[in-house]
Design a binder for this molecule. Sequence first.
Ligand SMILES: [Zn+2]
Length: 422
Amino acid sequence: MRQNKKQYYGGSQTLLRQRNIAMVVKNINQKGPMSKRKIVNNTGISFAKVNSIILSLIERGIILEIGKEGSNGGRPSALFKINPNYRFIIGCELSHTQLRTVASNINGEILKDDFQTFDFSLRKKYIVNSIINSIHNVIDQLGDSRDKILGIGISVSGLVNPKTGSICHFPSLPDCGDWSIEEIIEREFGLFCYVENIANAAALAELNFGIGRGIDNFLYLNVGTGLGLGIIINGKLYEGVTGSAGEFGHIMIDENGPLCECGSTGCLESFASIKAVVHKAKEMLKRGVISSLNNATEGNNEFVNFKMIYDAAIHGDKLSYSIIDEMGRYLGKGIVMLINLFNPKMIILGGKLSGSFNLLMNSIETIVMKHALELPRKSTKIVFSQLGENAGVIGATIPIIEKFFDNPLRKIEIDREIYIVN
Ligand SMILES: [Zn+2]
């Protein structure tokens, strides 16, 4: 997270109490519901201080008392948990084809939703306006709860400069330059904004709310129009020196392969992505290969899409099956590299293909069984995302949620970001 975006004020006593409050709230969030005694044991903060912090947190509505735990003869203790609706977060996902904006709570539950499709030929200004409109739509849907918004997180299918939060490469928008969407959004809404790459965001979502919870070393493979990778090492997102770690789709696997939009040739995503599969199907249909896809598109091959190909493959269309199988084998090759390189506990398959993995899995597993090193392969589970198509947009909200847990008493407006202590 960009540390320079945080500001700390106050004396050392104030800071100490802030740290204690943050520790109590984080503890309840990660391991709760729990009693005061348990919090004392977990944090090492004195009972008197924990008591006073709990009272203050209940008064503010940050935590809730949710009943008593079973006692062993003594008085039963009250249990506390975070109030998931104490604050809300706006999450946006800017992919190659659409913008999705949601309002979620601290538990990552989506409460409001807005979808917009894009015409990228209309360029940057149009996209900025669409993002702003979409955020306004969702904020309007929140009604009176709009005052509880913590901030706005945006995940993008492009490269993000980790120092500035600017989008420095967005494949669908060649002229994007170094585009600071963070600044634009903060100016428009007066709320903290954080921009993250979509695969990184999705990995964070799985770590916090999905199948990666409690797993310290895993990879999230975002299979969609492109092919991205979120890397979690020792419970933290690994972003690399320039924030571009995980550009897995641009690993060159065939020097003489097709030209990629990154400028190189034969990148993995030219073989193992939705775009690649659709392109291949169109090519084959153009060459006159017989396929039920001709019926699905009523003869106009330009209308062929991934869902049509997947459905046709399931229903026995040979061409579609072979294209999906080939995609699975290429994905398998990529996964072999990941297993041998990272020795992860888990590889999570997610993205726009969510729900279409079963057919691919056979092809992936055949390659992985045959080619990955046995020792790391045996300790790697390949699983499907639990969050499905929500991972990218929920992930966008995580840096905002983390910021809340760093300082639960923070005022919301960015220009008045100060710590308040009772
Ligand atoms: Zn490439």
